[in-house]
Ligand binder design. Sequence first.
Ligand SMILES: Cc1cc2nc3c(=O)[nH]c(=O)nc-3n(C[C@H](O)[C@H](O)[C@H](O)COP(=O)(O)O)c2cc1C
Ligand code: SF4
Ligand code: SF4
Length: 452
Amino acid sequence: MSNIDLSINFAGIKAPNPFWLASAPPTNSGYQVMKAFEAGWGGAVWKTLGVPVQNVSSRYGAINYRDTRMAGLNNIELITDRPLADNLREIEEVKKHFPNHAVIASLMVESKKEWFQIVKDVENAGADGIELNFGCPHGMCERGMGSAVGQEPEVLNTIVQWVMQAASIPVITKLTPNISDITDPALAAVRGGSSALSLINTIKSIVGIDLDTYAPYPIVDGKGTNGGYCGPAVKPIALHMLKELAGHPEIRNTPISGIGGIETWRDVVEFILLGATSVQVCTAVMHYGFGIVREMEAGLRQFMSDKGYSSIYDFAGKAVPNVVEWKHLNLHYKVVASINADKCIGCQLCHIACDDGAHQAIALPSNGSRVPEIIDENCVGCNLCSLVCPVEDCITMERRDDGSKTETWAERTVLGKIPEHFNDPRGGGVGHFVPEPSAALNYKRKDRSGRK
Ligand SMILES: Cc1cc2nc3c(=O)[nH]c(=O)nc-3n(C[C@H](O)[C@H](O)[C@H](O)COP(=O)(O)O)c2cc1C
Ligand code: SF4
Ligand code: SF4
């Protein structure tokens, strides 16, 4: 693993590795950022600077899903509440101790004059780059900043241009996911001259309602407000939006910093495979501390060694061409579920899921065993049973077509082979087994096999 070099040059911002802290409570102070660098983080985006705010007490709510605490985190915190001078002094001190680490100043102000001033201030303090916070979906957006800018591509474009006029260091535009098409603000940022992009900021959310006070969490004296959602639960949304940008012809050459639910080295690799060349982490550090970077680094190095990569640029974006539109998927590809009887614990959850939620393709055994049976000819290969089965690799999906035929919806459309009216026999489900409706009435008494 000795030839592996994790260092990056992200739009001109150099860092010893791609692991950065996202702008949030873990980057609130010089103490935290230096402690993080000591632990192994390669960069930090400072808690957003601007006119210092007043925060409320009681700020976070969470989704605790079964045994997993903070599967999703929601916050109603604003930008920094510390004076700018204190933050600038600490940025300067951090850079003195860690000249080769990346310190990026996240900024959010209102007027052109304020943008010009704060850009110069953070440059003078020695920041290596600037991140524009156009994402905060609570509090600041009510004042015309944060996601209020991220949701208005024209306004965003104007502010990016102001900053680019003033800045001599690289500028990253951080996008809000609270928008229907992420490419609109991304294009506005790229066309405004932004050196790089980062995403996602938090998703507008309400995590729950207290059943005694009827107030949303987090509760502030009997009331609440929508917050910003993040943590492991948001990763799929972040990956999708990342792919939208990394695969876009006008955006893909702009470096992207990936953010959203990153907790392990696998998450890091997935973001890099979809085109990110640095990653940022907030919730996982708030949950487990700065030490998680050690597992991230060891895992990333092992992955790269196994695959023969020496730099993250060797595999950045390699998954992007594999994410295609639905119409380009092979309609002849066919998988069928298969149960490994030696692993099965007989819980029969797969039967219930398939019978009630899928395609009546798993029969209960009639021979006294508890291991269900797949009815191959009924199985559509939806994966549901393999997803609900509590035993790892007990249900696997096996390929049944011979791989010789490929035909996509797009190709069928050109050939005029697609269904065109409600009862068109060219629909995919025609001839597929479904039980008679009345079979539901005596489900318990009859043979449950569902066989034709
Ligand atoms: C409590 C809290 C405060 C945050 N404050 C900021 C902020 O000041 N500026 C900013 O750009 N993003 C802020 N964020 C958003 C994070 O930087 C990050 O985009 C988001 O949490 C998604 O990453 P994660 O899933 O790793 O937490 C904050 C997030 C949390 C949880
Ligand atoms: S869900 Fe898995 S373990 Fe449970 S009966 Fe089905 S195959 Fe067996
Ligand atoms: S893959 Fe879907 S259809 Fe096939 S057995 Fe499993 S749940 Fe049923």
